[in-house]
Design a protein around this ligand. Structure first.
Ligand code: NAG
Length: 459
């Protein structure tokens, strides 16, 4: 019995509840019919034509879809929330079963003709009536609608990939001036509650502003709502894929100076580094807008690196050329010798070369005299032998003497030849040493330039 009673009571309660719902639904139908009777959605919804319709605008940013640097198009998905009062959509709640709100499709009632002024996408940047609007008994209309907007955005890539961009979206009415339809922003920033982060850009902050413009054509103020979206580029992708390889190549270019210049490998090595850089730069240019008004920082970095590697290559060629002087080689010019082998060598701590040169310099002028003295000493030695032989063996002196003369002149020739060769070698080795010192100087200069380029870019 108890279960039956409970079921009975339950059925009654449910029926009452449903009837109430039907009654509410029942009240809504005549209300809609009554309100839309004689309603023209093209007429501004005011009883007195001098009344200004106040439009309150609130915008939630849902997603930054894309910022196309090439075409300077900024695409966002936003939820627009527009609120205004429609004086023709008011009713006495007690006459309609206490119904306080009702809904209409946005195409059924008057809507403010809000356009995105700096629209650049397909269409005109207007808000198509898609969603329903809710209306309260005081005539307060709330229209919330998602929309995809493509606005033009001036992109400055001079700091790329460390750049920050500000894109502005401006909303205004085409038809109504400030006296008919006034625009106000509800909050100073955009609502980011439902914001979905973008992989390429980070939204640092947003700003919503009311702006009033006076046009020459049309009297009265023209209020508009400006949305400022500040974007900061996420640079990790560029650091990992562009900057780090470029720094690697800079380091390899420096390491190339460690390869002995005599070895032909070095030229090939530096050329390979240069080629890799050019390939990287080609990849980079496909990622960047083809503007000549401002060069991206990454592009400057690559260009500086390529120039540096090219200079290294030229120095390598020069050093190679100096290491293999053509024959007959000219002696190192005096000033070059002094500059390179003396000052530069001691500056770059190549003291052995500097000392060597000093020692040679001191000994060099003596060499011909020393050689002569040596030779005369040798000559007297030879005479001693000759004298000794004369005492010991007494055969035909004349014959022996002439033979010895011939031998001595031959030996003299050989000695001269060797002397000349030694001088040649000395000159050649001087050229080589100069090349080594220049190479060391170039290595140091390259190291400093590499560090400066890297620091300027990274900081
Ligand atoms: C609303 O309707 C009730 C009942 O018809 C009436 O008594 C009341 O005065 C009306 N209120 C207004 C503001 O018209």
């Amino acid at each position: 019995m108890e279960a039956r009673t409970r079921l009975f009571v339950g059925t009654i309660l449910v029926s009452v509840y449903c009837l109430r719902g039907v009654a509410g639904q029942y009240a809504a139908l005549p209300l809609r019919k009554k309100l839309l009777e004689n309603y023209d959605r093209r007429v501004r919804p005011v009883l007195d034509q001098s009344t200004t319709v106040r439009l309150d605008v609130d915008v939630a940013l849902r997603q930054v879809v894309d910022l196309n640097e090439l075409q300077e198009v900024f695409t966002t998905l936003m939820w627009l929330r527009l609120y205004w009062t429609d004086e023709l959509l008011q009713w006495n709640t007690s006459q309609y079963d206490g119904l306080t709100t009702t809904t209409f499709h946005s195409s059924e009632v008057w809507r403010p003709d809000i356009f995105l002024i700096n629209n650049i996408g397909q269409g005109s940047g207007n808000l198509l009536p898609v969603t329903d609007v809710s209306v309260s008994s005081e005539g307060r209309v709330a229209w919330r609608q998602p929309s995809l907007f493509s606005s033009s955005c001036k992109v400055d890539v001079s700091q790329f990939p460390y750049d920050e961009q500000t894109c502005i979206l401006e909303f205004s009415s085409w038809l109504y001036g400030g006296n008919d339809l006034d625009l106000f922003n509800i909050s100073a920033t955009m609502d980011l509650t439902a914001f979905q982060q973008n992989d390429q850009f980070e939204v640092t902050h947003t700003k919503v502003e009311r702006k009033v413009t006076f046009y020459a054509c049309c009297p009265g103020p023209w209020p508009s709502i400006e949305l400022h979206i500040h974007l900061k580029r996420r640079r990790l992708f560029y650091i990992v894929n562009m900057v780090v390889p470029c720094l690697d190549l800079l380091m390899l270019n420096l390491a190339a100076f460690y390869i002995p210049p005599d070895s032909g490998e070095r030229l090939g090595f530096t050329i390979t580094v240069l080629l890799s850089l050019v390939v990287f730069q080609q990849l980079l240019t496909t990622q960047l807008p083809a503007t000549s008004t401002s060069t991206p920082m990454l592009g400057k970095f690559f260009t500086a690196t390529i120039v540096l590697v090219t200079i290294s290559l030229l120095i390598t060629i020069l050093v190679l050329r100096l290491s293999h002087p053509s024959h007959p080689s000219r002696p190192l010019p005096r000033w070059l010798r002094r500059l390179v082998l003396h000052y530069m060598a001691s500056f770059f701590c190549m003291c052995n070369i500097a000392n060597d040169i000093h020692a040679k310099k001191r000994s060099t002028p003596k060499t011909p005299q020393d050689g002569n003295n040596d030779w005369s000493d040798d000559d007297t030695g030879m005479n001693d032998i000759v004298l000794g032989s004369r005492h010991q063996i007494t055969i035909d002196d004349q014959k022996h003497r002439s033979t010895l003369k011939t031998i001595s002149s031959k030996v003299e020739n050989i000695s001269d030849y060797l002397q000349g060769k030694e001088n040649d070698d000395e000159e050649e080795s001087e050229w080589k040493m100069a090349a080594l010192v220049l190479d060391r100087a170039a290595m140091l200069a390259t190291a400093i330039a590499s560090v400066v380029i890297s620091l300027v870019f990274l900081l």
